[in-house]
Structures are given as structure tokens and as C-alpha cells.
Design a protein around this ligand. Sequence first.
Ligand code: SF4
Ligand code: SF4
Length: 693
Amino acid sequence: MEITRHIFRNFPEWLQIAFYVVGFATIFYFLFSSYKIVQKYRKGRPAGRWNNFGARFMKALGTMAKHSTISKRNKYVGYAHWMIFWGFVVLFIGTVIVALDHDFLRFLGFHLLKGNFYVVFSIFMDVFGVAFLVGLLMMAFRRAKKPPELDYTRPDMPKDKYDRKPYVTDDKIFLWLLFLIGLTGFFIEALRIVGDNFPPFESYSSPVGWSLAHVLAILGLSAKADSIFLYTWWFHAVMVLGFIAYLPHSKAMHIILDFVNLMFKDEMAAKRLPKVTEEKMKEGMGYLKLEDFTWKELMDFDACTKCGRCHVACPARASGAPLSPRDLILEMRTYAETTAGTKEWFMQQESNGWTGKKNPAIAGDVIKADTLWSCTTCMACVEACPVGIEHLTTIVNLRRTLVDEGTMEDSLQDVLMNIGDYGNSFGQSDRMRAKWTKELDFKIKDARKEEVDYLWFVGDFASYDQRIQGISRKVAKILNDAGVNFGIMYEAEKNSGNDVRRIGEEGLYEMLVEDNMAALEEASFKEIFTTDPHTLNTLKNEYPDFGGNYTVKHYTQLLIELIKSGKIQIKNKLNYTVTYHDPCYLGRYNGITEEPRELLKLLGVTVKEMPRNRSNSFCCGAGGGRIWMDDSKLEKRPSEMRIEEALALGQIDCFIVSCPKDYAMYSDAVKTSGNEGKLVVKDVVELLEEAIL
Ligand code: SF4
Ligand code: SF4
């Protein structure tokens, strides 16, 4: 007996022809739907993502193969998705081989699927078919447990004002359709084995089908196997073709789109916001119409799988603000589909009322101003998203529209005016910027007049906020005692603009960059260091776009170098147990997570980690201008939640920070959360001072 399988087993010719007719019609429909989607992306502006094509392709391939972005922080989902993914890939390749063999090669006199090749092929299909089904069942089991990621409740609307049933239905169709396709595939195999009277080679080449065939035989179905085979085959074929037709209109689209989205992802997304082109500038900084988005941003809206990772990571949502990054992306998807005329029936949702309007404002109607202003720009959404969606770029681009219109809180307006008039958010004279240095018993060099090794870009909070000036003096004293040749720019330093840019005030940001770069040009230094992670981010990642290329360090990095080189001597090991909070702009944005911990370790301190640490740190709520906005309407401030997370660790001596804004936010939060006396907030440099005294 020949070791092979027959594809159209006992099918009359007209049925075979019918299959090809329906198959080709389905593929045509799939291609036409995909073409319409691509046309939608073509409405977008260039995104500048075609560079390093090969490297991008290989990186996305590696990410998909390892499932690194999916496994991150949820191994269960990682394993389940890995099995579905690889099961799908192998079954798809197997189907293509069958089609090639049956529809092309045999006409050339070749027959691939026979002998040893068939045996290996069939074993692969069985093993990965089982993995596919197990992965799907694991996902179904997880869904039944209703994890918070899959809670579709919108924080920006009352429950009776929207309907998420289409999304839930789409999720279910996707999952169970795949499961049925996989399951019927095994039944076809088993019925074929029964109908062919159990060919012996199938016992090892198709072990799953072979076992199932025995069950069918025990159930007395042997006599009817051939006719049941025909119906099951067609049922399977109709589901497969239905899936192909449904793919471009549903969650299933992520099978294709997410690889492409990952491939064209900007590794610097959020860390380096896009400059406004001169052409765009003529009609305003913000986004007003579909064509203002880049094609990558339009693709982002479709790439969302509704996995909810950004939804649960978002501090704004957690604090009761009307923002969920997932819902923002989904709402933008509805807008893009409605505007481009490709609204998909599977994903239709009741929006928050804007669809009735003739020309809805994207920032204001489609995405409410309150939603956009709720963002702390913590980047947790971008970091958590397994498919490379860049939420924050869209948020800031829409904020730019609000800024153009002047739609913002008065307090924020005042701060922006202060920064514009005085160069600092405190609205104080620039001559007061270095007033904090007056209490030192030495003079810090003026880097514009004397050559220094390190230029300290101090930042507004560390310069003007009285709660933090003492910490700035401690840093200065430690460096001075260590003999470090450092200086500052005195009144020539201006707000670095990191938060101004994230508020959406691009014009003011560019002015600040220009002023600061002019001052830096005058100064003579080798490297910059700063105590402010926000400043570090923009100097390091964004100033280069304007021609400012500097080596920028965080003070914890510099202090470690000084300790290791012996310039700073640790005299007393501190026997404390502390917890350390990673500032968003230091850890998540710039990957500086180990240096502060290493520094604490060098001081003899034990660090007890909060559950959310390093790149998964929880935001204090100050970023993106939120520190200047009213937070009284929040159910609970993010900083208060963080303090409670720290207290839940049990006995810890201090809550350590390495960012001036964190110091201010958490010192307040300890009081407002009623935990005064239970936890002390300290800057890392305060412990260092204690250790070297
Ligand atoms: S950046 Fe942070 S606050 Fe803003 S949407 Fe993303 S997770 Fe939420
Ligand atoms: S935006 Fe990304 S993280 Fe958020 S739900 Fe969609 S796929 Fe998941």
C-alpha cells in the first residue's frame, strides 16, 4: 500500500470544481478587502519607517518567533499564544504544501506527499495541530476567568452609553472558529483512516487521527465513515474559507498586521516625539483630519488585538481618570474606518456620540479633551503593548491640536506662560534659578566662564522648589568634596522642555531647545549630568533632532563611577531595608534601572522590590504636565496607590526616589493618603550623604 493520502477522497468531479470556484471567490474577496485597508493607510502621511528594512524584518521575525513581547509579564498567555501561533503557522504551511502538491506538482509529474516525506509531514501536522487546540483552550479558559485585561468597561463613559457586544462577539468568533477548524481537521483525518480500513502506516504517521479513528470505530461509525467524511470535509472547508473572508474585518487581522506593525515600530517611540514638519506647521501643529496621521499611526489603530495590557498598566485609568489607552486606540480605529469608508461590521461599536456629527473634531469629539489631558505620558502603554502600538505619539499629536485651540486648564495655561516668559515653570526670575547655591560654602563654577568636566543641567524643580533645593545642595556638596570639576549655567539654563513638548506645546518647546542649545554652546564641558530624568530624556533623545548631541548621564550613574574610582569613600554601611521607585523617564524611557539599585547596594542597603518595578514601574502621576493640573477629581491619585504598594511590602525604612518630581509627589502622597509617620520619602543622595559622613 502506498504511503500517502488522497485529498478529494471519492469526491465527484462537480464537487471538486465547486470547491475551487468558492475558494477562488473567497481569495478574491480577501484580496479586495485587504486592498481597501491598504488604501486607507495610503491616505496617511509618510512615517519615515522604510530604513533598515532587512534588519527590521529580522527583528520582527525574532520577536514573533520568541514571543518575547507577548510572554512579558504573563507567561501563561505567552505559552498559550506560542502554541496557537506555531500551530497556525505549521498548519498553514502544511495546507500550502498540500495545495502545491495536488494542484501544481502532480501536473509536472511530481508527488511530494508520499513515503517518508508524507510520514514526517503528517507527524508535524498532528503534533502542531494538538498544540494549536491546547493553546486555544488555554485562552478560552483564561477568558472564562474574566481577567482585568479583558474587561471592556470604558472609564470615559457611563455603562449604558456604549455597547461592547460586537467586540466580545468578534473575540468569541475568532477563538471558536479556529478551534472548530483545528478539531474538524482531526476528524477528517480519523474518518479517512476508518474509511481506508486503518492503513498500518497511519498508526505512526497520524497518531492523533489514528486514535480518534479507533474511537469512531468503537462508536460504530465505520460503515458510515465515507459519507460522514464528505460532510465533515465540506464543513471544515467552509469554515476555513469563511475564516479567510472574515480575516480582514476582524480581530483575526492581527495575524497579518501585527508582524508588519512590529516591523515598522519606532524603537524610540514616546522617548523621541516627532518634529512637526514645516508643511504641517502651516496649518497648525495638531492633527485635524485623517490625512494628518502617518500611515503607521493609522495601522496602529487596526493592529490592536484588545489584549488590554495597556488598559491595566495605565495609571490614569487606575486612578479613575477618563482614559484607557486601549479605548483611545479603538475609538480612533472607528474614526479612521468611518472616515475612510471602510467601517467593518465585526468591529462596529457605539462611539461616544461623535458619529452623528458631520465633521467631528478628532481632539474634542472623537477623543475628549479630558481623556487627552488625563495622560501622564508614563509610556506604560507603549511598553506593555505586544504589537508595537505607539499610543503616546497619537496622544501628544492630539494634544497639540488642543494647545492650538487653547483648550486646557487655566493652571496649565499659566505654567506655559511662565515658561514662555521666564524660562521656568515656577514663574520666577531667571536670576533666581541658582539662588539655591547661595547657602553652599563654596561657589559652583559657571560653565559659561570656566571649563568643566561635567555640566549639571539642574532643571526647574531641583532649582526652584524649596522642598528639593536641599537635595540639590547635597549633590553639589558631595561632588565638590569628591573633587569633581563641575559647573552649572546659572540664569542661562531654561526649562529643558521635556514636559512642555508632552503637553503638546511644540512651538514653545522648540524655543526652549534653541535657548538651551545656545547656552550650551557657550559653555565648555565634556559631559552633561542631571538629577532630573525628564530633562535627561529630552536632552539625550530629542535634542539631537535639533542638532544638540551631548553625552547625558543621570546623577546615580555619575555617583557610581565616583564611588568605584575611589573619589567617594563609603565610610558607614547603612543597615536599611528600603524600596526604590523607578521614575518613568529614567527606567521605562531610558532603561536606567540598575544603576540606582547598584548605588544603594554599595551603601549596604537592602532593596525590597515593589511588585511593579523597573520597566513595569507605576507612574507617580506627575508627567506630561499633570503635575500642573487639577487632580482633585481622581478617585485615587497614582502617587497614593504607589505609596500603598510600598507599605504593603511590610517593614521598610524608606521609600527611595531619584527624581525631583517624585520627591515632591510622594512626599505629598504620604500625607494625603494618611500615612504620615509610616513611611519616609528620601532621595538616593540623602542615603549617600549618610554613608560618607
Ligand atoms: S502614557 Fe501612561 S497615562 Fe498615558 S495613556 Fe499610556 S499608560 Fe496611560
Ligand atoms: S493597544 Fe496594544 S496593549 Fe493595548 S489593548 Fe491594543 S494590543 Fe493590547
